[in-house]
Design a binder for this molecule. Structure first.
Ligand code: PGA
Length: 257
C-alpha cells in the first residue's frame, strides 16, 4: 500500500520570520497526523531552522535542489552531505524551473538522483512535458526520455520503489491556475508506472507518483482519487499554513470517505 503524500514546494519564498509564522499557524492536529505524509521543501536558508521547528511534528523536511559531489570547489552549491547535516530527508530533483532557468539536463539530473540515493536522501524526481510538446503529441516520448535519462543505470531493485518518489508536473500547468484534468494526469501516471514496470514490477508498484501543477485544496482530490496518483506536489497553495493544512485535510477526508 502506497502511503499518500502532500509535498510543499516553497520555491524562492519565505524569510525566517515567515517560516516561523507558517509553523505557528499550522494546525497542531494536522501537524501530528501520520496517515498522509507531509513534506515541506524549503529554501536552503530555512532548512536548519525548520528542522528544529518541525522536530516534534510529523512534517518532514525537503530541499529543492542540490549538487552531486560530497564537497568541493563549487561556489554557490549545496551538497547531499550538507542537506543530511541540516536534517533533510527529501530533495526535489529536476524540477521544470531548474530545467528551464538553470539549464539542467538529463546527465546532471541522473548524477543528482544517484548522489541523493547514495546519501539516503529520497529524491522526488520531477518529469513533465511543456505546452509545445503536449500539442505535438509528444508527452509520452518526453516523459520516457526524462525518466530513463534519470534512472538508467541506477540498479532498479525493488527497494528503489520506497527510496524514491516521482512527480508528474506538466510544465503548462505549473503556476498557471490551469491544472491538468484529473483523468488525464491519472493516465500519464499510469503510463509512468507501466514504464517503470519494464524495469521491475515490485519497484513499480511501490513507487509513489505525485501530480503537480496548480493544485489547490478545492481540486487536490481530483488527482489523489486517481488510482495511479499517490499525492501532490504543490507550489502556490502550499505557502500559507491554512491552505497547506486544507490540502492535507482534503486527502485525509477522502481516505475516510
Ligand atoms: P504550483 O507549482 O502548485 O504553484 O503550480 C507546482 C510546482 O512547481 O511544483
Amino acid at each position: 500500500m502506497r502511503r499518500k503524500m502532500v509535498v510543499a514546494n516553497w520555491k524562492m519564498y519565505k524569510t525566517l520570520a515567515e517560516v516561523e509564522d507558517f509553523t505557528r499557524h499550522f494546525p497542531g492536529e494536522i501537524a501530528a497526523q501520520r496517515t498522509v505524509e507531509m513534506v515541506i521543501c524549503a529554501p536552503f536558508t530555512a532548512l536548519a531552522r525548520l528542522a528544529v521547528l518541525l522536530e516534534k511534528t510529523a512534517l518532514q523536511l525537503g530541499a529543492q535542489n542540490m549538487y552531486w559531489p560530497d564537497e568541493g570547489a563549487f561556489t554557490g552549491e549545496i551538497s547531499p552531505v550538507m542537506l543530511r547535516d541540516a536534517g533533510v530527508k527529501y530533495v526535489l530533483i529536476g524540477h521544470s524551473e531548474r530545467r528551464r532557468y538553470f539549464g539542467e539536463e538529463e546527465t546532471l539530473i541522473h548524477k543528482k538522483v544517484a548522489a541523493a540515493l547514495e546519501h539516503d536522501l529520497i529524491p522526488i524526481l520531477c518529469v513533465g512535458e511543456n505546452e509545445e510538446q503536449r500539442s505535438a503529441g509528444k508527452t509520452e516520448k518526453v516523459i520516457q526520455e526524462q525518466l530513463w535519462g534519470a534512472l538508467e543505470g541506477l540498479g532498479l531493485k525493488n527497494e528503489l520503489g520506497e527510496r524514491m518518489v516521482l512527480a508528474y508536473e506538466p510544465v503548462w500547468a505549473i503556476g498557471t491556475g490551469t491544472p491538468a484534468r484529473g483523468e488525464d494526469a491519472g493516465a500519464v501516471a499510469g503510463l509512468i508506472r507501466s514504464l517503470l514496470r519494464e524495469k521491475g514490477s515490485g519497484m513499480a508498484e511501490r513507487m509513489r507518483i505525485l501530480y503537480g501543477g496548480s493544485v489547490q485544496p478545492e481540486n487536490i482530490t481530483d488527482f489523489t482519487a486517481q488510482k495511479e496518483i499517490d499525492g501532490a506536489l504543490v507550489g502556490g497553495s502550499s505557502l500559507k499554513a491554512k491552505s497547506f493544512a486544507a490540502l492535507v485535510e482534503a486527502v485525509l477526508n477522502e481516505r475516510g470517505a
